[in-house]
Design a protein around this ligand. Structure first.
Ligand code: GAR
Length: 202
């Protein structure tokens, strides 16, 4: 069966990358295959995960390419050279320009650790999202997988899953629960859904 070529873009620990790799192994992802991992951080542990699974990996930094424009040009070149059909932002801590998102319209998805439209947009990433959710006193939070367009966290929603906030939660505890109960579930499911749509429309 033909599979969509998937690239996963990372910056840090890569637990969401791991969830996608595991999703391929346990059959949740049948229509896509991770062909490439790109990190904008040479020290990202996600690169070790890619290596352990013999997935092609590359590091592209803004420093190397003297700013955002050169960085994105190189990123586009690498993604096109590898014939990537679907780009998954999995803890990728860089905002992409309209030029980039238009180049891959409806071919980029992102996982965000809140129920969009709460706690999202520029400045809301990683632990900060959970700090703000706790500060606000919400009783329910969660995760969202959405298409990426030029508006940070503004693209069409694909899947969401709610997670309860518990008494005594710290940002770290809440982050872990949101990952485990929501992100690591809905991200592989979304990769399968969109990969399946891509191969069927080809
Ligand atoms: C995840 O919680 C992801 O949702 C979040 O960063 C973490 C990365 O963890 N992404 C954002 O906040 C993007 N706005 P990981 O490297 O272990 O997958």
């Amino acid at each position: 069966m033909k599979k969509a070529n998937v690239a996963v873009l990372v910056s840090g620990g890569g637990t969401n990358l791991q969830a996608i790799i595991d999703g391929e192994k346990n059959g949740i992802i049948k229509s896509g295959k991770v062909r490439l991992v790109v990190s904008n951080n040479p020290d990202a542990y996600a690169l070790e995960r890619a290596k352990a699974n013999r997935i092609k990996r590359t590091v592209i930094t803004k420093k190397q390419f003297k700013g955002a424009e050169g960085f994105e040009k190189e990123l586009i070149r690498v993604l096109k050279d590898n014939k990537i059909d679907l780009i998954v932002l999995a803890g990728f801590m860089t905002i992409l320009s309209k030029r980039f998102t238009d180049t891959f319209s409806r071919r980029i998805i992102n996982v965000h650790p809140s129920l969009i439209p709460s706690f999202c947009g520029e400045g809301f990433y990683g632990l900060k999202v959970h700090e703000e959710a706790l500060k606000k006193g919400v009783k329910v939070t969660g995760a969202t997988v959405h298409f990426v367009n030029e508006i940070p966290d503004g693209g069409e929603i694909i899947f969401q899953k709610a997670v309860k906030v518990q008494e005594g939660d710290t940002p770290e505890k809440l982050q872990k629960r949101v990952m485990k109960q929501a992100e690591w579930k809905i991200l592989p499911q979304a990769v399968e859904k969109i990969s399946c749509e891509i191969i069927n429309n080809k």
